[in-house]
Every structure is written in structure tokens, then in C-alpha cells.
Design a protein around this ligand. Structure first.
Ligand code: SAM
Length: 329
């Protein structure tokens, strides 16, 4: 699927729920979020049908996300069904890791090949604060279990928040030096109504790389050995086991290489994370549309993709925007 700017669209992020067992202040605050009703959310069979049609059009990669995907009942079976889709080459997962200790083996066996775990602090109290009650130890046990069952690479996603975790840059670098993980700092994006003040809390990740370079020698990995790195700039820590990465959607956006669409849990194809245009698949599905009609809707979404995102973060535009937990990240 080539869009108007000659980008090949072959990757779908699928949010299977807007529910989450955490309330991260920049994503899904405790107050003021309305949740989708049971009937609003796509059934697993509907998602499988959408992905099957898209694979025939050239989709090769799916990342399952949420809300928190591991809280949705029947998740392992859903992955096993996705895995049966002929031509789908890569199924990955983004999770907060809270339930990973319990599910790691089953999801590995069902067919998840890569896993990203979100972790914004290595300090128990701070982790609890940013997630509104999350238990850091549960996540660390989940990561250890994921390593044990054989997930590789394990990627740790850390949203860089000024005055909150910038003082932990070296702790995260040490984690990447000691373990075969890829720790990636992601710039905070203005999405939805949250508890953070974007203007105050945003920081470019270039400030973190400068801090880390004072203690570690970093070598940029130029020829991406692995396409799964996506838009991250990846560095090997000299003498260490893992890697460190920086994802800069704000300070150095990578829209020209965007290859993705997003399927929201309520059945909309979202054409860009930071753009409100969406194509409704759920209504068509529930009116028994044909595969050809679904294909046409996919094309509509591909052709609606903007050249680049609009980062308009006025108070009003943020209120209108879906929260990240309803998009999937
Ligand atoms: N619950 C899962 C998790 O925590 O990874 C999946 C959903 S979560 C919405 C996906 C990713 O989006 C997480 O890594 C989270 O940190 C990131 N995210 C959420 N809000 C964000 C924001 N405003 N800016 C940057 N990243 C954000």
C-alpha cells in the first residue's frame, strides 16, 4: 500500500482495549476519562478479519497495544489466532509489564515475537507516583520472566519527562549496559487531556544523551541491523550488553518514513498518531460489509495520511484529541 507521499504502509498498531491497570499521568489520568462501552469495542473476530484483509493488501507487521492489552480476557487465544494469518510476519506487543510475569510464557508460545515494556522510573516511589499506584517490583519480575522465556530483543520504553526522570538517565543507561535490553527514551507528546503540563514537562532527548555520554561511550549503530528498531536512533554502549535508543517525534520527527496505520479499540483506522482523521471500520463490519468494501476503507485511510503530523497543542485541540490510551501509542 503506497500512500500519496510514496511511503509503503505495511504496519498496523492494534489497540484491543482502552482499559488499563495503570493511570499514567501523561497518558490516562484517573479522572476525566470516559471509557468505551463493551459493544463499542471491536470483538477479537472482527480484529482478525480486519488484519486478514490488510495482510492481503501488503500488511506484514502488527503490534498489539492498548490501554493495557494483557488485561483483556482471551488475549492469549487472540494472539494464537493472529498467528494463523498467512503472510503476517511479525506480531509484537506493547505492555506496561504489570501482568507479564503471569503471561510471558503463554504469549511467547502463542506467537508474540517481540515485546516492548513501558517503564518510566527505576525508583519505586516515583514509579508509583507517575502510574498512580503501579508496583515497580511487579514490572521488574515481568521483565525478568520475559527474558527467561526467551523474548529477544526486550525493549524498555521510557517517556522522557523534565524534572521527573531526567535525573535517572544514567540508571537507565546502566540497565542497558548490564542487560541485553534496548532502553529507548521517547519524547513526551501532547496527546489528549492529561495531568501533565506539556509546556513544562517536555524535554528533547538530546539532553539525556548528553548526560549519558559523560559516563558511557556510545557508538551509533548506523546500518540498522534490525528493521524492528523503527524510528529510534540506536547506540551501542561500549563494553555493555545492551543498547540505548532515542525516539524524537517532537524535536526530530520521522514522518517521512512513517509506515503505519493505527486501529483503535472502537474500530477506527487512525491515519496518524497526532492527527484526528479516522476512517470508521466498525460500522461497515457490523453492517456485514464485503472484504472488497473493507479494502476500500483501508485505501481511504492510506490516502488520507498527511505528509507529517500536526503538533498543535493548544488547550482546546488537546481536549478534542483522544487520549493515548484510546489510540495505543
Ligand atoms: N499499556 C501499554 C503500555 O503501557 O505500554 C500500551 C499502551 S501505552 C498507550 C503505549 C505507549 O504509549 C507507552 O509506552 C506509553 O509510555 C506511551 N505514551 C502514552 N502517552 C504518551 C505521551 N503523551 N507521549 C509519549 N508517549 C506516550
Amino acid at each position: 500500500m503506497l500512500d500519496k507521499f510514496n511511503r509503503e504502509i505495511n504496519y498496523l498498531r492494534v489497540s484491543i482495549t482502552d482499559r488499563c491497570n495503570l493511570h499514567c499521568s501523561y497518558c490516562r489520568p484517573k479522572e476525566g476519562i470516559s471509557l468505551q462501552g463493551h459493544d463499542d469495542i471491536l470483538r477479537y473476530e472482527e480484529i482478525i478479519r480486519i488484519v486478514s484483509v490488510a495482510v492481503k493488501m501488503g500488511l506484514v507487521k502488527v503490534r498489539v497495544t492498548g490501554g493495557e492489552p494483557l488485561v483483556r480476557k482471551g488475549f492469549v487465544n487472540f494472539i494464537a489466532e493472529l498467528k494463523k494469518i498467512d503472510g503476517l510476519q511479525d506480531i509484537s506487543l506493547t505492555t506496561n509489564g504489570i501482568l507479564l510475569e503471569e503471561f510471558a510464557q503463554n504469549i511467547f508460545d502463542a506467537g508474540i515475537c517481540r515485546i516492548n515494556i513501558s517503564l518510566d522510573s527505576l525508583n519505586k516511589d516515583k514509579y508509583s507516583r507517575i502510574t498512580n499506584g503501579g508496583d515497580l517490583d511487579a514490572v521488574l519480575r515481568g521483565i525478568a520472566r520475559a527474558e527467561e522465556v526467551g523474548f529477544a530483543p526486550i525493549k524498555i520504553n521510557t517517556v522522557a519527562i523534565k524534572g521527573f526522570n531526567d535525573d535517572e538517565a544514567l540508571d537507565f543507561a546502566r540497565l542497558a549496559a548490564d542487560k541485553p535490553f534496548q532502553v529507548r527514551f521517547i519524547e513526551l507528546m501532547p496527546v489528549g487531556k492529561t495531568n501533565l503540563d506539556y509546556g513544562e514537562d517536555y524535554m528533547p532527548t538530546s539532553q539525556l544523551i548528553d548526560k549519558i555520554r559523560q559516563s558511557y561511550k556510545l557508538e551509533q549503530i548506523k546500518n540498522k541491523k534490525n528493521k524492528s528498531d523503527g524510528p529510534a536512533k540506536i547506540y551501542k554502549i561500549k563494553g555493555g550488553r545492551g543498547e540505548i535508543g532515542f525516539i524524537n517525534p517532537v524535536s526530530d520527527h520521522f514522518c517521512s518514513t512513517c509506515n503505519r496505520l493505527r486501529l483503535t479499540s472502537d474500530g477506527k483506522l487512525r491515519v496518524c498518531l497526532l492527527n484526528e482523521k479516522e476512517v470508521d471500520l466498525k460500522t461497515a463490519l457490523r453492517e456485514n460489509c464485503s472484504d472488497a468494501e473493507l479494502e476500500k476503507l483501508f485505501w481511504d485511510a492510506v490516502l488520507l495520511k498527511p505528509k507529517q503530523h500536526d503538533l498543535i497543542c493548544t488547550e482546546n485541540s488537546l481536549k478534542k484529541c483522544r487520549n493515548m490510551s484510546a489510540i495505543g501509542g
